[in-house]
Ligand binder design. Sequence first.
Ligand code: ZN
Length: 359
Amino acid sequence: MTPNPAEQNYWEANYWDALLNRDGRMDGIFYYGVLTTGVYCRPSCHSRLPNPQNVVFFQQRDRAEQAGFRACKRCHPQNVLRADPRSELVEKVCRFVEGHPDKPITLLALSKEFGLSPFHLQRSFKDLIGISPRAYADACRLQRLKTGLQKGHSVTRAQNDAGYGSSSRLYERTATQLGMTPAAYRKGGPGSLIRYSIADSPFGKLLLAATEKGICSIQLGDSEKHLREALHQEFPAAAVVEETPSASTETLIASLVHGHALRKRLPLDIKATAFQRLVWEHLQSIPAGRTESYSEVAQAIGRPTATRAVARACASNAVALAIPCHRVVRNNGEMGGYRWGVERKKAILAAEAATLKGF
Ligand SMILES: [Zn+2]
């Protein structure tokens, strides 16, 4: 049976975050097995990130082995040594908090439970997990609520199951944390359903993904498998559906790869900071066949000293071609970086230059 991300236990999203960040502080707190390889790893393992659908989490190493997983030869999860003697304590506190979603987790209650001073407990927890026990309890509860809502349970039931009880004060805060009301989240928040298709392009496989609001991801790559995996990693909470490219998708892709101007009108559904938006909007005004340097872009948006931040904004572009970050190069004419490979950047620029000459 393939575990469905939406049905995983509420704490698994926290583990998934730790896995994405390869968080060594969580080594020994949990392990993850990969169904496709039969191997289990510690969270800090540097092997390639697995598709979330293929991941199974274990809180104990023995369980992973009993389930038939072999220890990874790279990260040697069987040899996890607790670097910090407080790890064991913090792990116990985590388990306790996760196991008692309905209990109000106060520092005092925890310190009684574990026979430690509140100060020591708070300090150890923050040092190792990065947040306070109370914030951890909040996160667990919120995750539980999300899971319940994603399963389609009523708001009241999801609220009760998550351990909010009748505390309206706690519950009111969830709207802020969810970014919308629980009822809206239940109906499917933004990005909750993503449709995508993969087509061939002159620059390799092209994956185009969209929410109901607009295009949320355009990726280039050599392998369809890797493109799919990257999409799942980028939107771990979303329901992702593959479709064969429709005629309109084909037209859209053709116009993208030929640098046609219509891309400015494309509805995009991407998150951006104010600075990223500034950079990306400027990039969309650079015509096909032309390039600008990172510092020219910085000047153009009125932030002449922000060259590095411009480079970072280019590198974090999630929609290849639609936001033409490939048209930004180094001062000396060198290519600079490209999220989808420098060779590909060269090929796209060469094709745009050739098209321009053709007119
Ligand atoms: Zn490993």
